[in-house]
Design a protein around this ligand. Sequence first.
Ligand code: PMP
Length: 363
Amino acid sequence: MTEIKPRADIVAMDKYHSPQVDVAVRLNTNESPLPVPPEWIADVRSAVDDVAWNRYPDRSARSLRQAIADRHGVSAENIFAANGSNEVLQTLLLTYAGAGRTVATFEPTYQLHAHLARISGATVVSGQRDSDFCLQESEILRVLETAQPHVVFLCSPNNPTGRLEPRRNIELVIANAPGLIIIDEAYAEFSDWSALELVTEHSNVVVTRTFSKTWSLAALRLGYAIAPTRIVEELHTVVMPYHLDALKQIAGERALSYVEQMQSRVAGIVHERERIAIGLEKLGIDTWPSGANFILFRPAVTGAVGQGSGSESVWQKLLNAGVLVRDCSTWAGLDGCLRVTVGTPAENDLFLKALRVAVGKGE
Ligand code: PMP
């Protein structure tokens, strides 16, 4: 028997993964370092008793979608929810990309955009950010004019650079893109501007959000899109029936009643982000302004920065000190860069201390 092989284009793909290492301070996957309110856990506990476990859940997740819609001042028909914003993105691509279609990204950006687009069968066209990770208007126009993409991705704040996309760039894309515009706002609450107001019934604009970061609920796997009604309807044709389980629907809805706690966690993280930025600056390390819960930085050392090089790298030295950060140094356009997620004040202290030693500026 010959062993069955995946599609040739899938065999050729890089695997998307973030190595998980068992370490005291994990600052590599942009999770919240702070727990959810204990009241929410009590809510979920009692909800377990109320679920009719023998029945399928509400297929349209009406109540959850209404609660999300209320938060954004839109209607439930403008909300599509799924298992993490990754599944939202995948469903958008299954619906609007696929074989024979083109998807545009502006690199470096969230790797899963191009990865999911390719899995859908689409061709990916990559525009490039400049050396400071800003997107130039001429590059936007070049990509849109030459590729005429069916789907364009923007990510604001952008992972892994942290940069917020200026409103004028988003408007330029909207004015010139022939197809769907997806603005991935997984980190929106950590910054002071969102493109949400650019989603209108007659636009082709979709904004995606997640419960994984600001809501401290990465384990829940819940994300959503705010989109024109007709797009939400199309997504419901494509997504699996009953894709959102009953407990997740209730848990997500209940989370939304703890807005104040969420905002205070976010304020704390933003404060810590600025403290880390100052710490990096004091060490003479290049960083870029971040509107998210992480910071990209480039240690200016003569030795190695990332894994997989002969000499002991900054990344490895941090790991030896019990601090795991994301190694982006081999990613296209991110030579010598590492990315640190903002942790608790104590974790951030440990990170800054370990980094000082790793770059040879302290004991
Ligand atoms: N978009 C971006 C830009 C992200 O960084 C992430 C998480 N790494 C996601 C989407 C996926 O988030 P979720 O946990 O909601 O699937």
